[in-house]
Write a protein that binds this ligand. Structure first.
Ligand SMILES: Cc1cc2nc3c(=O)[nH]c(=O)nc-3n(C[C@H](O)[C@H](O)[C@H](O)COP(=O)(O)O)c2cc1C
Length: 178
């Protein structure tokens, strides 16, 4: 099984901690091939709405866009993991998701299991923990992908999530849902 983890955080913090715990669990599955893309380090320029992809299904950008889209297409499992920035996912991750537009005619024919992890500083009663999972749900509905887990956590300082035993324990079991 191929898994692609898309990390929206630009720092060594809670999202990376969550993904490390998730990967540790996923490695218990047989034949797992896990690739992680850190959005902040990926060379992906924002969509310019040129619509050229409408005829060739490829992005005209001369950067990492098409390689990343190929990895998205090949993955059986995709995990979107993002800190909350201003009640949304990070811009770094959104830039990559916007580029799904150029390969949508392929992506919406492919079955995928999707996991979502959202981490913000605010407590769990904040509307951001409904807004962001809902956005991923809409994206996945549109593409015909199956969201198998969608989890939100509260953590602020880069080590906060690692200090939460209950959250770390839960993340360590999410692989069972794949
Ligand atoms: C630019 C920016 C915007 C943020 N906006 C929010 C927000 O709207 N809601 C929230 O709960 N936390 C917000 N935060 C806090 C982060 O979501 C929080 O620190 C999170 O744990 C960061 O994850 P990371 O350690 O994986 O980068 C913001 C942080 C930054 C840098």
């Amino acid at each position: 099984m191929k898994a692609l983890l898309l990390n929206g955080s630009p720092r060594q913090g809670n999202t990376r901690t969550a993904l490390e715990a998730l990967k540790k669990g996923m490695n218990q599955l047989p034949d797992m091939d896990i690739q992680q893309i850190n959005a902040a380090e990926a060379g992906v320029s924002p969509c310019i709405a040129c619509q050229v992809c409408g005829s060739n299904s490829y992005c005209v950008a001369d950067d990492d866009t098409n390689d990343i889209l190929d990895a998205v297409a090949e993955a059986d499992v995709i995990v979107f993991a993002t800190p909350v920035y201003w009640w949304g996912m990070t811009a770094q991750l959104k830039v990559i998701i916007d580029k799904f537009y150029s390969k949508v005619k392929t992506l919406n024919t492919l079955k995928k299991k999707v996991g979502v992890i959202v981490i913000g500083e605010a407590e769990q009663d904040d509307p951001q923990y409904e807004i962001i999972p809902k956005q991923f749900e809409c994206i996945c509905d549109y593409l015909g992908w199956d969201v198998v887990f969608s989890k939100t956590y509260t953590a602020d300082g880069p080590d906060d999530l690692a200090k939460s035993e209950a959250d770390m324990e839960e993340i360590g079991t999410l692989w069972k849902l794949l």
